[in-house]
Each structure stands twice: as structure tokens, then as C-alpha cells.
Design a protein around this ligand. Structure first.
Ligand code: ADP
Ligand code: MG
Length: 787
């Protein structure tokens, strides 16, 4: 008895996966594990949970009373997909719910639960059998996020356990089913991995209803892809027939910059203004109107996009046929020859571009993960009548969200990725080329509603030679102490024997165990045991300690959990909770760059200057706590002030912090306080909305805790350990003063955003982060033993 709104019924029958409902349900009922592959937009995420629901999964009293769980690598997807499925089934959010780190709509009557993969991993620590679930769907498995990989490994064991217990007739235990969904056909790491699934699971391929997408490569690769994206979008908009444009860029700043530029050119208001300008400058006021009527605007004409070349090499369909001898020097803008009509002349005198003034308005929507969720949802709304939808997005739109009505894709070919150097812990946010598989996914977004076009802002030669075939699984790129601790807390002691879809490097694994050992989370194997295991070629993994078990209860990196567990003295817990919440969410402060927008033609106005002054005053206020001895105190101060003010948008404007970050910190504080209350009965829980400033003694204790928490991340002023030219020099600020950090061969420097940047450089500091840009910076700095 399922009732769906009429428009949903109409849209559903068009989804390729709906035709496969029966074979999919049969496979799921007959096999413990099923893999489903289907193009993005074929209906996997929204429909498979509904098939299961209609087959009785998730209804109390049925054969499969447990909930239907679906994991997503991204919060945006978990929230928006739960809302969509609730709408399709006409059910409230208490039945079709979501849970992410900061938020949840789950209730005792939830039957379909969307969650991030991290949330499910955490549930396994307290309920290894996942008794609340009858089926778990791991979505977006092709992305190979670390949590997804680990979940698949753990669930392969949980399935076996549940089945054994059910066969032995254990009361109330029913088998668990696992569905793995992927947007690509490359599932061999799961399907053909005998240690993972001894019986290979069936793979169901959902026939793609993908229209052909024509790929256009640029003849040359421009390094300024942001400007190039604006140019290309301008051409598409002024010359090609209606249809949404989806632009892939790498991050928030680029996205807001491009949105601003497009808004200034084609926003409804901007166009209105330009037309008024033209009209009042023209001698015959109705002349331009008439001309405009007579003119067929290319963007409205009924021509086939295939007929229009925008000055790139064309390659049909997704099959790529590369011409290596292509002339790389030919001007890609050669086709820009506007005829010289009278109107064009007038426009030129006015500094206007006729094509642009006559264009239809653009409805421009940004999409990135730091955007507030209600704004993220705007991409699903149809654009106003008579305007063209333009979505400017990070790779969130690559496979997680299908945006309707996209006909053109503009792909910069790059993505921003967090990279760690496992050896020294230096992290860098690097913009680098995506894989060929990702580029194909991006192109595919243009072919959902009809034939489409993908404009790649790079050459086909570059694509052929520089792009990897597939992206590397995250577990090969990131430190894994968090997941290792989680696994140990589930009593998976021999992590080396764990059925990873792709095993991490030995070095990464031993580094993780070393960090956990330092933090006291793992008992140290004796040197004799180590010698024996090395001799027999196995590794003796340390077992989790009581401290480690307590640490694993928190949804935080092990280092932060450790600070919490040992932070229960002198009434410091509320402060420590605030600090680790803020460090987990990320720096809430807007930095000076954000105030001086990159727009080259924007002069410094007096209001800019006033704003900058306010910025520095505000920064100073928050730095004063603890007399400039720690960046962390500045964060603590702003969190306290935010709570004291009762939160709110205005506070964030006045204090130059990000609202979304502050809200997340607030929620994480509440959540951590609850965990503390439940597990440390003796502790003062510490979540008081009014957080008073710490006293002198408390500040001292907090500084000691920070030092202990980051003791393996210390830096010493270089001239104090090495005889250098500058030894003995008295510095007035830390600017340009080199430090040596443990395990890092290069010199490191205190980041300019630090409270210590403008004061004399301390000899010893600990830091929370190493970041490489032009040089290696230390961030989140705390002075050890200030004078
Ligand atoms: P897949 O998971 O296979 O990529 P989805 O189930 O996410 O596919 O999407 C199926 C269809 O549902 C797509 O056409 C998509 O545009 C549509 N859709 C998804 N979410 C929404 C939403 N919030 N509003 C409107 N349409 C949506
Ligand atoms: Mg999906």
C-alpha cells in the first residue's frame, strides 16, 4: 500500500532501474550480497530503497523487520536523498530519515534510513550485528571512500555471523542482506575478491538510458581555467539552444567567483540594466526593440547544437578518438567574429557586447559542501520561466546528485584533493587532474534528458597522457589511525588480515599503530613478540586498551578523543569539548583574503577599508585570551562568545566567522557532551550554553593538554638548534622565521593567520596541522613554556 504523488509516478516510469525491479528483488532475496551497477541518474539511490520497502523490508512483523539502511559518502547526499524518497513515498521524515554527524531525523518508526558511511561504521562499534537493520545498501561504492571500503569489509563478516546465528536458531536473529551500488562497471575489487566474498556475488547491470554526449576538447590547455570556464559558458549561453549548463570547478572560492562574474553578465538584474543603458543612449528609443524582434537570437533558434562548433575539436560520443598531431597553437577563439551591424557599433561605444545584452537571463546556482543545506537543495528547483539554469559545482555533482535538465557540461578537468604525505604528516590541498573515469562521469551529466555536449577545458593530448584511468582508493592516500582504532574497538585485532577491498600500504598501517600506541589506545606488543612475528612474516598488532575503547566512543580523530578522555581536571572539560569540536569541524574564521575579493577591477573602497579594520579588531579581541600563546585559544574564545550571544547570523558577520561552521561546532559540542555524560558518570558533562571564559589555572591546564595531545607535532626555532647566520638575532615577529618540525626535512613556518604571526617567535611550539602551499606552514600553533 504505497501512494506516490502523480508527478512522481510519471517521472518514475522513465527511470531505467524501474524496469529492473523484479530481477533486482529476486537477486536480493536469493543472495546475501548483490552488486548493482548503473549510470548516475538511472535511479539507484532513490528507487532501490523503495523496491525493498514495497517488498516488506523495514515493516515490523514481516520477515525482514529491520530498517533499510543506505550509506552515502557525503552529507549533502544523505540529507537530500532522504528528503526525496520521503516525498516520493508520501511519508514523513520520521519514517524516511537521515543521520549525519551533526544532525538526524531518525525516530523509533524510521523504516528507511539514509546516513553517511561514517555513521554506520560508528554504529558497528556498539552493535556489531547491526540488529536494527535487515538490509544495508552501500551506495557510491565506486568512489572508494575509506569508510565505504572498510564498511564493505566489516559487513562481509557481519553477514556471515548473522547467517550462522540464524541457522543455529538464535532468537530474534534474521539474516542481513548487503547491496553494493556503483555508478561504474568497475567493481572487480568487490565482485572478484575471494577473501571478501568467497562466493562471488551477482552483478546486475542496469541498462543505461544515456543519450549521446559529444565531447569537445580545447585545442590548448589554459592554466587559468576559471576565466576559461566563464568564457566557454558565455559562448554556450549566447549561441546554443536552451538547456542547463553544469560547470565543474574545484572549490568554493572559484565557484563563488564564477557565480559573481556570470551574475554580472547575465543575471536578470544585470541584463535589465544594460538594456536600459542601450535604450537611453539610442536616439530612436524603439529602434533597438524592433531590431531585437527581427533578430533571431542564436540561443533561442531551433538549431541543433551538433551543428554549432565553438572552436574545439569534436569527438563523438564517449568513445575517444585522439588526434595526436593536433595543432596545439591554433587560436581557440578564432570563431569570435561578430558581424558589424549598426547595433553592434552602438553597443561597442557603450562598452556592451550585443550577444550578451540580448541573451536570456541566467539562473545561477552554486553547489559545494560548505554551502548551507537549504541552498544546496536549490539545484533541484526548476529555474524561473525563460531563464537558463547554470549550476557551478565541485565534484558533488559528479555522481552523488543528479541535477535535472543539464544539456551542457563545462569541465575544468581538475579536482581539489586532500593529500597526506604519510611519512611526515604534511597535508596539502592540491588541485590536480581527475581520472579518465571521473571525466567520463562528468561528461555523462549532459546526457540525461537528451543529447548533450561536454566542453573540456583541456586538450585531448593532455587527457590521454596525464589522466590516470581510475582514481586511487582513499585508503591509499590518507592516514588511517581513525579507522584502525574503530576496527580494534570491534575486536578486529589483526588488521593486516582484514578483508580490505584494496589493502593499505604496510607503512601507512604501521604508522597508524604507532600513533595509536603513542596515544595509549593500543597496548604495546613486546619486542620479543615483535621479533617473532617479523620472523614468521606476520605482524603482531597491539590490542585495544581501556583508554582506546573510551576514545573509540567519540566521532573524532583519535588525537582529539584522547584530549577529551584526559581532560577531566579543574573543570576544563567544557573547554576541551569546545576545542575538539572546533578542530574537528575546521577553522571557523574567515581570513583576510576572503575580505579582499579577487576581482581585479574592484578598487579598494572606503567600506572595504572599514570592514578590514573591523576584521582586525575582531581578530584581536579573540586572540587576547591567554595572551597570544595559542591559536586554539582564539577558537575557544569565539566559540564561547557565539554561545553567549545565542548564535545567529549577525554574530558571524560581526565576528568574521562562517555560520555553517559555528552551527556544526555547536551541534558537535552537544553530541560529545552527551557521550561524555553517558560514559563518564563522574565527569561534569560540560555542555552549558553559556560558556564562561577559562580562568588562569584552567588556561594553563588546557595548554598542557594541547601540548600532550600534539607532542609528536612539535617545532623548534631553527636558530635554537642549528648554528645559523641568524642565531642570536632578536626577532620582532614570526614572519619568515624558520622552524624545524620533527620528521619534516624542510623548514616550516608559522602560518600568517596565526595569533603568533605578529609577536616575537617562541622557541618551542606544538601545532595541529602542517599545510603545504608555497612553503610548509604550521597551523593551530600553541607555545610550549611561554616566558
Ligand atoms: P542514481 O542514484 O542512479 O544516480 P538517483 O536515484 O539519484 O539516481 O536519481 C534518479 C532521478 O531522480 C534523477 O532523474 C534525479 O534528477 C531525480 N531526483 C533525485 N533527487 C531529486 C530531487 N530532490 N528533486 C527532484 N528530482 C530528483
Ligand atoms: Mg545515486
Amino acid at each position: 500500500p504505497v501512494s506516490r504523488p502523480d508527478d512522481v509516478n510519471e517521472a518514475r516510469v522513465l527511470l531505467p532501474i524501474v524496469a529492473e525491479e523484479q530481477p533486482i528483488m529476486e537477486a536480493i532475496l536469493l543472495n546475501p550480497v548483490v552488486i548493482i551497477c548503473g549510470e548516475t541518474g538511472s535511479g539507484k539511490t532513490t528507487q532501490v530503497p523503495q523496491f525493498l520497502y514495497e517488498a516488506g523490508f523495514g515493516s515490523p512483523g514481516s520477515d525482514n523487520p529491520g530498517m533499510i539502511g543506505i550509506t552515502q559518502p557525503r552529507r549533502v547526499a544523505a540529507m537530500s536523498m532522504a528528503a526525496r524518497v520521503a516525498h516520493e513515498l508520501s511519508l514523513p521524515s520520521s519514517r524516511v530519515s537521515y543521520q549525519i554527524r551533526y544532525d538526524a531525523t531518525v525516530s523509533p518508526t524510521t523504516c528507511i534510513k539514509f546516513m553517511t558511511d561514517g555513521v554506520l561504521l560508528r554504529e558497528l562499534a556498539t552493535d556489531f550485528l547491526l540488529t536494527k537493520y535487515s538490509v544495508v545498501i552501500i551506495d557510491e561504492a565506486h568512489e572508494r571512500s575509506m569508510n565505504t571500503d572498510i564498511l564493505i569489509g566489516v559487513l562481509s563478516r557481519v553477514l556471515k555471523l548473522r547467517e550462522d546465528m540464524w541457522k543455529n536458531g538464535t532468537a530474534d536473529i534474521k539474516p542481513l542482506r548487503l547491496v553494493i551500488m556503483s555508478a561504474t562497471l568497475r567493481v572487480s575489487d568487490f565482485a572478484e575478491n575471494k577473501t571478501l566474498f568467497p562466493t562471488p556475488p551477482p552483478v546486475i547491470n542496469v541498462a543505461a538510458r544515456q543519450h549521446p554526449v559529444t565531447i569537445h576538447f580545447n585545442r590548448r590547455t589554459f592554466s587559468d581555467y576559471v576565466t576559461e570556464a566563464v568564457k566557454k559558458t558565455t559562448k554556450i549561453h549566447t549561441r546554443l539552444p536552451p538547456g542547463g549548463i553544469l560547470i565543474f570547478l574545484t572549490g568554493q572560492n572559484e565557484i563563488t567567483g564564477v557565480c559573481r562574474k556570470l551574475e554580472a553578465k547575465f543575471g536578470a538584474k544585470a541584463l535589465e540594466r544594460k538594456r536600459r543603458m542601450r535604450q537611453s543612449a539610442s536616439n530612436a528609443p524603439d529602434q533597438p526593440e524592433a531590431t531585437a524582434e527581427g533578430l533571431i537570437r542564436p540561443a533561442q533558434a531551433d538549431v541543433e547544437a551538433e551543428d554549432l562548433d565553438l572552436g574545439e575539436q569534436q569527438i563523438d560520443d564517449l568513445a575517444l578518438d585522439v588526434d595526436a598531431d593536433m595543432d596545439e597553437d591554433q587560436d581557440p577563439d578564432a570563431l569570435d567574429s561578430d558581424e558589424d551591424t549598426e547595433e553592434h557599433q552602438l553597443d561597442r561605444e557603450l562598452g556592451l557586447d550585443s550577444d550578451e545584452v540580448d541573451a536570456t537571463p541566467m539562473h545561477i546556482v552554486p553547489l559545494y559542501s560548505l554551502l548551507p543545506s537549504e541552498k544546496q537543495m536549490l539545484v533541484f528547483k526548476p529555474p524561473p520561466e525563460g531563464s537558463r539554469l547554470v549550476v557551478v559545482s565541485t565534484n558533488v555533482a559528479e555522481t552523488s546528485l543528479t541535477i535535472p535538465g543539464i544539456r551542457y557540461v563545462v569541465d575544468c578537468g581538475r579536482a581539489k584533493e586532500r593529500r597526506y604525505d604519510i611519512a611526515n604528516g604534511v597535508q596539502a590541498f592540491q588541485v590536480s587532474w581527475v581520472s579518465k573515469a571521473s571525466a567520463a562521469q562528468r561528461a555523462g551529466r549532459a546526457g540525461r534528458t537528451g543529447p548533450g555536449h561536454c566542453y573540456r577545458l583541456y586538450s585531448s593530448a593532455l587527457f590521454e597522457h596525464q589522466f590516470d584511468k581510475f582514481s586511487k582508493p582513499e585508503i591509499l592516500r590518507m592516514p588511517i589511525e581513525g579507522v584502525v582504532l574503530q576496527m580494534k574497538s570491534m575486536h578486529i585485532d589483526a588488521v593486516v588480515n582484514f578483508p580490505f577491498p584494496t589493502p593499505p600500504d604496510r607503512a601507512t598501517l604501521s604508522k597508524a599503530e604507532k600513533v595509536l600506541g603513542h596515544l595509549g589506545a593500543l597496548g604495546d606488543a613486546t619486542s620479543v613478540e615483535k621479533g617473532i612475528s617479523a620472523a614468521v612474516g606476520s605482524s603482531h598488532d597491539g590490542q585495544i586498551t581501556e583508554l582506546g575503547r573510551l576514545m573509540s566512543l567519540f566521532p573524532l580523530s583519535p588525537r582529539f578523543s584522547r584530549m577529551l578522555v584526559s581532560g577531566q581536571q579543574q573543570g576544563c572539560l567544557p573547554f576541551v569539548i569546545s576545542i575538539v569540536s572546533a578542530l574537528s569541524v575546521g577553522d571557523p574564521f574567515l581570513h583576510d583574503e576572503t575580505l579582499t575579493a579577487e576581482d581585479d577591477d574592484d578598487e579598494d573602497t572606503p567600506s572595504d577599508r572599514a570592514r578590514r579594520k573591523a576584521f582586525f579588531t575582531s581578530q584581536h579581541t579573540h586572540s587576547a585570551l591567554g595572551n597570544f600563546t595559542s591559536d586554539i585559544f582564539r577558537i575557544l574564545s569565539v566559540v564561547g562568545a557565539y554561545e553567549f550571544a545565542g548564535g545567529g547570523h549577525q554574530f558571524c558577520v560581526d565576528h568574521f566567522v562562517r555560520l555553517k561552521a559555528m552551527e556544526e561546532i555547536h551541534k558537535l559540542r552537544a553530541q560529545i557532551s552527551n557521550i561524555v555524560r553517558a560514559n563518564f558518570p563522574a565527569a561534569e558533562a560540560g555542555f552549558t550554553s553559556k560558556l564562561l571564559p577559562p580562568n588562569e589555572l584552567q588556561l594553563k591546564v588546557i595548554r598542557q593538554l594541547l601540548t600532550a595531545g600534539f607532542i609528536d607535532q612539535v617545532a623548534v626555532r631553527k636558530d635554537c638548534v642549528q648554528q645559523t647566520a641568524s642565531s642570536g638575532v632578536k626577532y620582532s615577529t614570526s614572519k619568515g622565521v624558520a622552524y624545524k618540525a620533527l620528521g619534516v626535512s624542510e623548514d616550516v613556518f608559522i602560518h600568517p593567520s596565526s595569533v603568533l604571526a605578529n609577536s616575537p617567535p617562541p622557541e618551542y611550539v606544538v601545532f595541529s596541522e602542517l599545510l603545504r602551499t608555497s612553503r610548509v606552514w604550521i597551523k593551530g600553533v600553541t607555545v610550549i613554556n611561554p616566558a
